[in-house]
Design a protein around this ligand. Structure first.
Ligand SMILES: [Zn+2]
Length: 277
């Protein structure tokens, strides 16, 4: 066993009453995203961290921290096991977000929601960097295999069990969140590049990025998804839907058409309005 010192997060410290002992070696490998099933209101993270919930014996559970639009609080240090995702507790750190698993994307991406996601991503990027966790979104199979990366409470439920929660729900904007995390980890900006930069991207980077977006759009069934399914998962008004149909040689003709890899990648980029880093 080796001791992994806590990552210094610079957040107000509100110790949770319930938690486990220190992580053994290896250090935590997943960063788990939760929704707290509470309203997205200013100050609720501090309020729930108090003696009436996580700070006292009422909750019986604990996140490593929680965020709302005014910022975040730390409740369990990253060297200590929190009780947030059943059988996944021993390999992960978990952060709560004000909001509900039933939220629509529009509800997650209000000004308040985006402020919360930015604050959270800034913190989880810090944790990821310190623990050597890459800024990538995991499939359920990868979570089961204890691969390093980001996932949801629901992914932990599916991969490891010992918990019944399905948060933060299918409409949590993972794509935006991971953009913020990546930007914070690299110290870069999220400014979209000029047209044409696609061609300058390393093929591996491009393929990783598309993989990540497909996982976000299709859930963990994305692997091997036919192009029709990819198109169906995107916004119905997407210009790319008709573009893909055009390339396939007419309406409804996708099934038999083999797009070149380049056509497919470009269609996917357009379809999901992917802003390249
Ligand atoms: Zn949860």
């Amino acid at each position: 066993m080796s001791y992994i010192p806590p990552v210094s997060l610079g957040l107000p410290w509100y110790p949770a009453a319930s938690h486990g002992g220190q992580f053994a070696s290896p250090p935590p490998r997943q960063i788990v995203i939760h929704s707290c099933e509470c309203p997205l209101t200013a100050g609720i993270a501090k309020s729930l961290a108090g003696p009436n919930w996580f700070g006292g014996t009422a909750a019986g559970t604990s996140p490593h921290g929680m965020f709302d639009q005014t910022g975040g609080v730390e409740e369990v240090h990253t060297d200590t096991i929190a009780w947030h995702c059943g059988n996944g507790n021993n390999t992960s750190v978990g952060y709560e977000h004000a909001g509900y698993a039933a939220f629509t994307r529009a509800e997650w991406t209000t000004d308040a929601g985006l402020a919360m996601l930015h604050a959270s991503a800034k913190t989880t990027a810090k944790v990821a960097k310190a623990l050597g966790i890459p800024g990538r979104w995991l499939s359920v199979a990868e979570v089961a295999d204890n691969v390093q990366g980001f996932c949801t409470h629901n992914d932990m439920r599916l991969a490891r069990g010992g918990t019944t929660h399905t948060d933060p729900g299918p409409n949590f904007p993972y794509d935006l969140y991971m953009q913020y995390v990546t930007a914070a980890m690299t110290g870069g900006s999220t400014t979209p590049p000029q047209q044409g930069d696609v061609l300058d991207m390393d093929a591996k980077e491009l393929s990783d990025l598309i993989d990540q977006r497909l996982k976000v759009a299709l859930g963990n069934d994305y692997a091997g998804a036919p192009l029709q399914k990819v198109v169906a998962a995107g916004p119905p008004s997407s210009r790319a839907a008709s573009k893909v149909r055009d390339m396939a040689g007419g309406t409804g003709g996708l099934a038999g058409h083999a797009l070149t890899q380049g056509e497919k990648l470009q269609a996917l980029l357009d379809h999901f309005e992917i802003k390249l880093p």
